[in-house]
Design a binder for this molecule. Structure first.
Ligand code: NAD
Length: 480
């Protein structure tokens, strides 16, 4: 077993007690296809026990804590995560296949979420509302109660940080269902929460299959809010299940996010963002930029420079810390390979290369397609692999039409020196985040994040998430 694992990964956390499940699931290391560890296969009964434990935490020590006390615990969790960054990164690299440097950045981001939400916990305030004579009216921000968190495999630490961090800051008690492909850092995080003094039941972790543990959590009658990140198909199922009990959901689904490069753009500044935003985490990023729209006058130059960058992209085992690691699984490799085959009618501008990558790993070559028609499936569907398409355009109006021409709307970026165009397009583009002359802005935890259309609804990250993980009560006192 992986040396970095300082705990038994077959156990799940329910009500402060680490316990075995009736059955286990096998985790695979995507870098070489080897067996990595066994994890618990939680059932609907385990989810039920976790929800009951969360209710008890709300009624007990956790529910009685002040916002200041909650914030201090979160801050302490952040400090302890920082102390273990290297260990967490090593675990994640083996589990998800992330190159070590990227896995480390995720661990640092997890700590940062805890710091941010630790500091924010006692700064969420209601308001007083001027009203009729003889009344005093004010609002209270209260936790939902028990919140469910269904997390995917692509950024386990970051997604746990942003959703569980904000939910705990508001005083909710959480039931976390990590992805069956990658849940070791979720378990490690829960151990760290124990060490930091988080009261029993405030965070419960039940690994398991989506159709079993995940579905049981989404449809549980005593869960009061569900936060889901993952595919559109599963997100719709989760929303339906939660809807049966009129439970609110935050859905963070996929994207087909464009970068728009105009003739007056600073191409030197844009180039690293154009490429990195597509290939980071082997393209398995909801906010990946998979479409590069380039104005005709600079199209050939941008294509040639991106092609040059692609030719230097090395792909290999996560622990070798190259630019790109494997995909999460052989299944994901099949999905992405299917898309690459679907591009047989297109011209490839460039690909990366394999370096010491075993045949048993889930590797695909990063691939840049050129002159792709906007209605081609590679230009419309989320691929979730290191694949980008180049699309030429002539006018600003055409660029907006193409950019808005998919079912998604998560992120968009505009590369232009023209200030008026920046402002026009920031309004015209349909997306939850717009970046001007950058992409992602370093992914700061402070920046509200979420989509429109099939990219989902609700916002996580930043202060905004604290509103999502709470409910507003209006109090009207008549005193004459
Ligand atoms: P998925 O959406 O099926 O899984 C995400 C999470 O949902 C996992 O924890 C899973 O166990 C759980 N889940 C699955 N079925 C469930 C159900 N019926 N009820 C409740 N929870 C359930 O994603 P996947 O199958 O692992 O990946 C497939 C595709 O999803 C990818 O190719 C990609 O396009 C997309 N994806 C998007 C993101 C993102 O960040 N937006 C993350 C992962 C995957």
């Amino acid at each position: 077993m992986l040396d970095a694992l300082w705990f038994d990964p077959t156990e799940m956390l329910i009500g402060g007690t680490w316990q075995a499940a009736a059955d286990t699931l096998a985790l695979t290391n995507p870098s070489d296809g080897s067996h990595l560890a066994d994890i618990a296969r939680g059932t609907s009964r385990d989810i039920d026990a976790a929800v009951t434990a969360a209710q008890a935490a709300r009624a007990g020590d956790w529910g009685r804590m002040t916002a200041l006390e909650r914030g201090r615990i979160l801050t302490e969790i952040g400090r302890k995560v920082l102390n273990r960054v290297d260990t967490l990164a090593e675990i994640e690299a083996h589990d998800v296949g992330k190159p070590l440097t990227q896995a480390r950045a995720d661990a640092v981001a997890l700590a940062r979420y805890m710091e941010f939400y630790g500091g924010a916990a006692d700064k969420v305030m209601g308001e007083t509302i001027p009203y009729l004579d003889g009344y005093t009216v004010y609002t209270l921000r209260e936790p939902h109660g028990v919140t469910g968190h269904i997390v995917p495999w692509n950024y386990p630490m970051q997604i746990i940080g942003r959703s569980v961090g904000a939910a705990l800051a508001m005083g909710n008690a959480c039931v976390l269902k990590p992805a069956e492909e990658a849940c070791l850092t979720a378990l490690a995080f829960a151990r760290i929460c124990n060490e930091a003094g988080l009261p029993d039941g405030a965070l419960n972790v039940v690994p398991g299959l989506g159709a079993e543990a995940g579905a049981a959590l989404a449809g549980h009658p005593h869960v009061q809010h569900i936060s889901f990140t993952g595919s559109v198909r599963t997100g719709a199922l989760v929303q339906q299940a939660a809807g049966a009990h009129v439970v609110p959901v935050t859905l963070e689904l996929g994207g087909k996010s464009p970068q728009l490069v105009f003739e007056d753009a600073d191409i030197d500044a844009a180039l690293p963002f154009l490429v990195n935003a597509g290939i980071q985490n082997a393209g398995q990023t909801c906010s990946a930029s998979s479409r590069i729209l380039v104005q005709r006058g600079v199209y050939d130059a941008v294509r040639d420079r991106m092609a040059e960058a692609y030719a230097s992209l090395s792909v290999g085992p996560a622990m070798n810390d190259l630019r790109i690691g494997p995909l999460i699984s052989a299944r994901q490799k099949d999905i992405v390979t299917g898309f690459l085959n679907g591009g047989a009618d297109l011209k490839i501008a460039a690909q990366g290369y394999l370096q010491d990558a075993p045949d048993t790993g889930a590797y695909v070559l990063p691939t840049l397609f050129q002159d792709v028609p906007p209605d081609h499936s590679l230009a419309r569907d989320e691929i979730f692999g290191p694949v980008q398409v180049l699309i030429p355009f002539d006018t600003e109006q055409e660029a907006v039409r193409i950019a808005n021409g998919t079912d998604y709307g998560l992120v968009a970026s505009i590369w232009t020196a023209n200030g008026a165009r920046q402002m026009r397009l920031a309004k015209a583009l349909q997306a939850g985040q717009i970046f001007i002359n950058n992409y992602g802005a370093g992914g700061g935890v402070e920046l509200p994040f979420g989509g429109v259309g099939r990219s989902g609804h609700g916002r996580e990250k930043g202060f905004e998430a604290l509103y999502g993980f709470s409910t507003l009560k209006t109090v009207a006192a008549h005193h004459g």
